[in-house]
Design a protein around this ligand. Structure first.
Ligand SMILES: NC(=O)c1ccc[n+]([C@@H]2O[C@H](COP(=O)([O-])OP(=O)(O)OC[C@H]3O[C@@H](n4cnc5c(N)ncnc54)[C@H](O)[C@@H]3O)[C@@H](O)[C@H]2O)c1
Length: 260
């Protein structure tokens, strides 16, 4: 892809499957990567795998001082910041039972973390730089028992539009990707590692009849960072196998059923 070689990206939440796929995809294109995550074991293993093109910096995105330290480290090690990919997220959600503390935690990581990371990188980003935030299909539909996570992701999509406008003058593009169900740390954990079961559950509500791979989300992120997306800003790219385009009738044919 155009415009990625010899550039530098920070990937928050880069220690586990989706973020790690983004980091690997960047390195494959000749981009150097800083993985910023609270998961030290995963982050260190990934940095070791990727070699000199990657660094791991322990970073809690809910902590402004940690974000600043990560930005400083990136500049010292690699000399520039071209791309910021805000992957880090918290899923914990008790729906209507969520106490204020849970709302604060979800927004502190998913929304404020993305906004503060963007603000910390912005003064160091030259024209042609790009930011990709992570939304979700959960940002635009109702899902039972989920209040804090979807609301925080909807806010991330609005942050994307607001930031795109205010950073356009500096030549910085800001976009979002919204994955559908994607094989990830969280799905691995809640399914006990049974991807076939996840596929069976998810099939009816993804037009393509399957969940996504982390690498497929990473491809979309790299496209939005690349020169091929130079006229794209303020948008939300669904990487969801048709999840959001599918209505409540799913792939059923209720009219045909009525006529029979
Ligand atoms: N997995 C899916 O099906 C799916 C669907 C839609 C959107 N998404 C989005 O994709 C992104 C990745 O999701 P995932 O499923 O891989 O999640 P995950 O929970 O497996 O990974 C999230 C990463 O963020 C890190 N993290 C959490 N809190 C942090 C903090 N305070 N500071 C720094 N890092 C922190 C975790 O250590 C982890 O590495 C998220 O933004 C999520 O909202 C995922």
């Amino acid at each position: 892809m155009q415009g990625l070689k010899d550039k530098v990206a920070i990937v928050s939440g880069g220690s586990t499957l989706i973020g790690a796929a983004v980091a690997r995809a960047f390195v494959a294109q000749g981009t150097r990567v800083v993985v910023a995550d609270i998961d030290q074991e995963g982050g260190r293993a990934l940095a070791a795998e990727l070699g000199e093109a990657a660094r791991f910096v322990t970073t809690d995105v809910a902590d402004d001082a940690a974000i600043e330290a990560c930005v400083d480290d990136t500049l010292k090690a690699f000399g520039r910041i071209d791309f910021l990919v805000n992957v880090a997220a918290l899923y914990a959600d008790q729906g209507p039972l969520s106490p204020r503390a849970d709302w604060e935690k979800a927004f502190a990581v998913n929304l404020f973390g993305a906004a503060m990371f963007l603000n910390a990188c912005r003064p160091h980003m030259a024209p042609g730089s790009a930011v990709v935030n992570f939304g979700s299909t959960s940002a635009s539909v109702a899902q039972a028992g989920r209040w804090t996570y979807p609301a925080s992701k909807a806010a991330v999509l609005q942050l994307t539009r607001s930031a795109a406008l205010d950073l356009a003058g500096a030549g910085i593009r800001v976009n979002a990707v919204s994955p559908g169900w994607t094989w990830s740390g969280i799905l691995d954990q809640i399914s006990g590692g049974d991807r076939d079961r996840v596929e069976r559950v998810a099939r009816p509500f993804h037009m393509l009849g399957r969940i996504g791979d982390p690498a497929e989300v990473a491809d979309a992120v790299l496209f939005l960072c690349s020169g091929h997306a130079r006229f794209i800003t303020g948008t939300n790219l669904a990487v969801d196998g048709g999840y959001t385009a599918l209505g409540p009738e799913q792939a059923l044919s209720p009219i045909t059923e009525l006529l029979s």
